[in-house]
Design a protein around this ligand. Structure first.
Ligand code: TEU
Length: 561
C-alpha cells in the first residue's frame, strides 16, 4: 500500500532557535539573525524541516523578547528587517521552513499602547486595550482581585496617574513588564491580524504562538477560587485566567488568515500553539480542523523516566488528540525547561544521586523514541549535542525574571539558555566570531566536549544519532503510517510498531533486557549486544516478518505478561 505524503507540518521535525544563544554574528556576545543565518546549513545537514525563531522584535528584553514593544520590526540587538529577509531566503533555499514567535497575550510595558495608557485617564480608549481596574481597600491600595502572576507575586501592579497620585492597577499574568492585552477590545484582534500579515508578506511559513491558552480572561475578573494558584496547577485552580472559550474564536480567525495565503500559492502556513491545559482532550479542542495546526504536548516533557509514565502519556495523546485527526506535537526540551540530559540524570526514589552519563543515555533514548512516534516533533537547540543543563551559574549572572520574582535561583531558566558551543576549546567556543567576546551568559569549560565540531567528529555522538534518525524517519515508509500499535515487552520497557515492519523499543531500566525483535536494530541510542536492548536505551528495528508477540498489547500503555 502506498501511503500518500501528508501536509508537511503533520510530521515535521522543527528546531527551536533560541536566537540570543544560537550564534552571534556581530561579536557582541548575544546571538543574532546574522549568526542564525550562518548556522542554517548546519541545520540542513542535521536534517530538520525548519526552524522556530524565538522573538526577535524590539523589546527591553526583561523576559528575553517575550515582552514585545513593536510587533512589526526587528530589535537592533538581533539585526534588521533586511537581515531577517535574507535569513528567510537562505532558509527556503536550503529547504527549511521558518516560523516566528508571536506573543499575543501581553506586550511590553514599553509598547506605545501601554505608554499611551499610562498617560491617559481612567476609562479612556487607551486604557481599554489593557485590563486596568481600581484597587480594593479604602484607598484602592489592594489589588482588584487575588490572581497570582505565573512568575510569582500578585498579577497586578499599581500605576501613578498622570497627576502623580497612586491610581489604578493593571493586570499582568507574567512580569509587571508584560501587561496583558484585553482581547475583548476589537482593536487588539485587528492589530494582530496586521502583525500576522506583516510577517506572512515577508515570507514566513507560520507562527509559534506564545501562551495560546491566555488572551481572554473571565468577564469581570472575579477572584480565583484558590488564591495560591501556582504554576503547575494553574488551570485547575484558576480557571478564570486561562483557557476561556472565546480564545477559540481567535484561532479560527488566524487559521482563516493563514489559509487565505495558502489559497493563493498552495503553501500551507502553520500555527503551533503553546497550549498548556490540564488534559490532552482539552488540547484537542485547540486543534480542531479550523483552529491551530499543532500544539506542543508538554505531558511527555514532564514525564519522569518511567515506562508506565511514558506509555500512559503517549497513549493519552494518541487516544485524545490523534484520534480527532490532529497530529500530536511531541517535545522533550525547550527554552523554559531544564534540559532532558539533566532531568533524566535522576531516578525515581529517594537518595538517588544524579548521574549525567545515565541522563545522557536516557535523553538519547527518549529522543529516538520521540522521533518514532506519529506526529510532529520540536527539538531545542543543543539537544542534538547532548548538552546538559548548565547548573551552578553564579547568582549575579542570572537574568531570568523568574529568579527576580521568586528569589529562587533554582527556578530560573538560564541554565538551558547558555550560548551554544560550536568549535574550539575555549569560550566563546565559536559562538561569537570575535575571540574573547563575553557571551551574555558564561559558558563553562566543559562545553568544549559538546561543541558542534567535536560532536560531528565523534561518529558515536548524539549528533549522529539525531541525524541518522531524521534521515531514516524521512525514508522509512512505515513511519508515514499514522497508526501506532503497542506490543507487550519485558518489564520496564515500552514496545510499539508502526506501519508494516517497523518496531521501536525503549528500555527504561538500568540493566539490559532481551531484545523484543530479532536481528540487529537499524538504529539504537546505545550500542546493543546481540539479542539485547541496552540499559536506558531505545532501538529501531525493521522487520521482515511479524515481531514475536510477547503478550497482547492493549492501550493504555504496554501490556505486561
Ligand atoms: O511561556 C509560558 C509559560 O506558561 C511559562 O510559564 C512556562 O510554563 C514557564 O516558563 C516554565 O518555567 C512562554 C514562553 O515560552 C516563556 O519563555 C515566556 O517567559 C512566557 O511565555 C511569557 O511570555
Amino acid at each position: 500500500m502506498v501511503i500518500p505524503r501528508a501536509p508537511w507540518w503533520r510530521d515535521a521535525v522543527m528546531y527551536q532557535v533560541y536566537l540570543r544563544s544560537f550564534r552571534d554574528g556581530n561579536g557582541d556576545g548575544v546571538g543574532d539573525l546574522r549568526g542564525a543565518r550562518s548556522g542554517l546549513s548546519y541545520l540542513a545537514a542535521l536534517g530538520v524541516d525548519g526552524v522556530w525563531l524565538s522573538p526577535c522584535f524590539p523589546s527591553p528584553q526583561y523576559d528575553h523578547g517575550y515582552d514585545v514593544a513593536d510587533y512589526r520590526a526587528i530589535d537592533p540587538l538581533f539585526g534588521d528587517l533586511d537581515e531577517f529577509d535574507r535569513l528567510v531566503d537562505d532558509a527556503h533555499r536550503l529547504g527549511l521552513k521558518v516560523l516566528v514567535d508571536v506573543v499575543p497575550n501581553h506586550c511590553s510595558a514599553q509598547h506605545p499602547w501601554f505608554q499611551e495608557a499610562l498617560r491617559s485617564a481612567r476609562g479612556s480608549a487607551a486604557r481599554n486595550r489593557f485590563h486596568f481596574a481600581d484597587g480594593r481597600g479604602h484607598n484602592g491600595e489592594l489589588p482588584p482581585n487575588n490572581w497570582r502572576a505565573m512568575f510569582g507575586g500578585p498579577a497586578w501592579t499599581r500605576v501613578r496617574e498622570p497627576d502623580g497620585r497612586p491610581g489604578q492597577w493593571y493586570l499582568h499574568l507574567f512580569t509587571p513588564h508584560q501587561p496583558d492585552l484585553d482581547w475583548r477590545n476589537p482593536e487588539v484582534g485587528e492589530h494582530f491580524d496586521d502583525v500576522l500579515r506583516f510577517w506572512l508578506d515577508r515570507g514566513v511559513d507560520g507562527f509559534r504562538i506564545d501562551v495560546a491558552v491566555g488572551l481572554y480572561k473571565h468577564p469581570g475578573l472575579p477572584d480565583s477560587p484558590d488564591p495560591n494558584a501556582d504554576e503547575a496547577a494553574r488551570d485547575a485552580v484558576n480557571p478564570l485566567a486561562w483557557n476561556q472559550p472565546e480564545v477559540h474564536g481567535v484561532w479560527r480567525r488566524w487559521r482563516a488568515l493563514c489559509d487565505s495565503y495558502a489559497a493563493v500559492d498552495g503553501a500551507e502556513r502553520v500555527l503551533v500553539g503553546e497550549v498548556a491545559v490540564p488534559t490532552p482532550a482539552d488540547q484537542a479542542l485547540y486543534l480542531r480542523p479550523d483552529e491551530l495546526h499543532q500544539a506542543f504536548y508538554f505531558d511527555l516533557l514532564h514525564a519522569p523516566w518511567d515506562a508506565d509514565a511514558f506509555a500512559l502519556r503517549i497513549d493519552a495523546a494518541l487516544r485524545d488528540i490523534a484520534s480527532t485527526g490532529a497530529p500530536v506535537t511531541w517535545v522533550l526540551n525547550n527554552h523554559d525547561q531544564q534540559r532532558s540530559v539533566t532531568r533524566y540524570s535522576r531516578s525515581l526514589g529517594l537518595g538517588d544521586i544524579p548521574d549525567l552519563d545515565r541522563g545522557a543515555a536516557r535523553a538519547r533514548a527518549a529522543a529516538l523514541m520521540m522521533l518514532a512516534l506519529p506526529g510532529s516533533a520540536y527539538l531545542y537547540q543543543g539537544e542534538e549535542l547532548g548538552l546538559p543543563e548548565v547548573t551552578g551559574l553564579p547568582r549575579h549572572v542570572l537574568t531570568d525574571p523568574i529568579v527576580t520574582a521568586t528569589g529562587d535561583p533554582q527556578r530560573g531558566r538560564d541554565g538551558c539558555r547558555v550560548p551554544l558551543p560550536w568549535s574550539g576549546t575555549q569560550a566563546p567556543f565559536g559562538f561569537s566570531g570575535a575571540a574573547g567576546a563575553d557571551t551574555w551568559l558564561p559558558q563553562p569549560d566543559w562545553f568544549a566536549s559538546y561543541s558542534v565540531e567535536s560532536r560531528r567528529r565523534d561518529g558515536g555522538s548524539s549528533w549522529h544519532l539525531y541525524r541518522e534518525a531524521l534521515q531514516l524517519r524521512r525514508s522509512l515508509a512505515p513511519l508515514r503510517d499514522p497508526e501506532l500499535r503497542w506490543l507487550a515487552g519485558p518489564p520496564e520497557t515500552i514496545v510499539f510498531t508502526r506501519g508494516n515492519g517497523f518496531l521501536c523499543a525503549v528500555n527504561f531500566s538500568n540493566s539490559p533486557v532481551a531484545a523484543p525483535a530479532p536481528g540487529q536494530p537499524v538504529l539504537s541510542s546505545t550500542p546493543c549486544d546481540e539479542g539485547k536492548l541496552a540499559a536506558n536505551s531505545a532501538a529501531w528495528w525493521l522487520l521482515d516478518r511479524e515481531p514475536v508477540r510477547l503478550g497482547s498489547g492493549t492501550a493504555p500503555g504496554p501490556a505486561r505478561e
